[in-house]
Design a protein around this ligand. Structure first.
Ligand SMILES: [Zn+2]
Length: 320
């Protein structure tokens, strides 16, 4: 088991350089309704996403009834806003931006500063063969990050065929004006757009705040051609694989950037730490983190807005 894990980890280190990118066009700020802690319940480990790679066997816990993890909870309560670290390269403070995704990973519906959350995290760490401290430390996050990366349909596709070609023109459709954020025409592969429509309809039916928000969950980028990708790299004196990828997921027509809010005065695609933190708190993002897998969508966790759809022809992809 350990041999398999380290083999996957070694491969992941190679793949990590393949698919990182950022959107191209600037957009303006939008709103995003925050979700209350009372709504942070009933997180379930989505079997379809974790599939064969899952180690998600944490027990259902009572959030305050885990006395062995009181100290770990206290540590997490401090670190969540103060941890000095570099999870994606640039310096960051605290791990609150990633807390909603971590909660799904460890199958905890408890508050991030609770003994129950620490207990669930300890169960996850134990299953990974790591010290079951219950404290969210950079090494534990690194393992999660690699796992999340390997779930991305585009990363899986790269592994199978290398940088993929664009879809045939007749596979792409233009999204409706009411689905697009901004005036630029946006196209997607038709099946990905159909999945997006099912997902958004359910999200709005479930959360009235999302239905009332005229910008939440709109699409601000979809298909971007390989030529557009190349031009972007040329204009910027090259693509570095970190902030801009020479092979963008958007060339597939299966990746879309979804409005999940923004910090005040920020852009919906800003990788600024404060912006991503604000986005991670919105009802739109939290609904997606919990539910998008049921529609075949997987997030690139560094960018709360970027989601990739798993096409049916893709073997091993994460599908509901
Ligand atoms: Zn994107």
């Amino acid at each position: 088991m350990k041999i398999i894990f380290f083999a996957v980890l070694a491969w992941a280190v190679v793949m990590l350089g393949v698919a990182w990118f950022a959107p191209t066009q600037p957009v303006t700020a939008t709103s995003g309704a925050a979700v209350s802690s009372a709504q942070e319940v009933a997180l379930a480990a989505p079997a379809s996403v974790f599939s064969a790679r899952t180690v998600n066997r944490a027990p259902v816990e009572a959030c305050e009834d885990a006395p062995a993890f009181t100290a770990a909870a206290d540590r997490n309560a401090i670190d969540i806003d103060t941890l000095d670290w570099t999870p994606y390269g640039p310096q960051e403070t605290g791990w609150r931006t990633y807390a909603p995704r971590i909660a799904v990973e460890i199958a905890s519906g408890c508050g991030y500063d609770s003994p129950g959350f620490a207990n669930a995290l300890a169960g996850w760490q134990r299953a990974q063969g790591r010290p079951a401290t219950g404290v969210l430390d950079p090494d534990s996050f690194e393992l999660m990050k690699v796992r999340w990366h390997l779930m991305r349909p585009f990363v899986i596709l790269n592994r199978e065929v290398g940088c993929p070609p664009a879809p045939a023109a007749d596979q792409l459709v233009v999204v409706r004006p009411g689905e697009a954020y901004g005036a630029r025409p946006i196209s997607l592969r038709a099946d990905a757009l159909a999945a997006y429509r099912r997902m958004v309809a359910d999200a709005r039916a479930e959360l009235p705040s999302l239905a009332r928000d005229r910008q939440a969950l709109l699409i601000f980028s979809g298909f971007r051609s390989p030529l557009e990708n190349d031009i972007t790299c040329l204009e910027r004196g090259g693509c570095d694989n970190i902030t801009r990828a020479p092979c963008s997921a958007h060339r597939t027509g299966l990746a879309l950037d979804i409005v999940v809010g923004a910090a005040r005065g920020g852009r919906v695609d800003s990788t600024d730490n404060a912006n991503r933190l604000a986005q991670s708190q919105t009802a739109a993002y939290r609904w997606l983190v919990r539910n998008a897998h049921r529609y075949g969508f997987v997030n690139y966790v560094f960018e709360p807005w970027h989601w990739e759809w798993s096409p049916p022809e893709q073997a091993g992809a994460s599908r509901a």
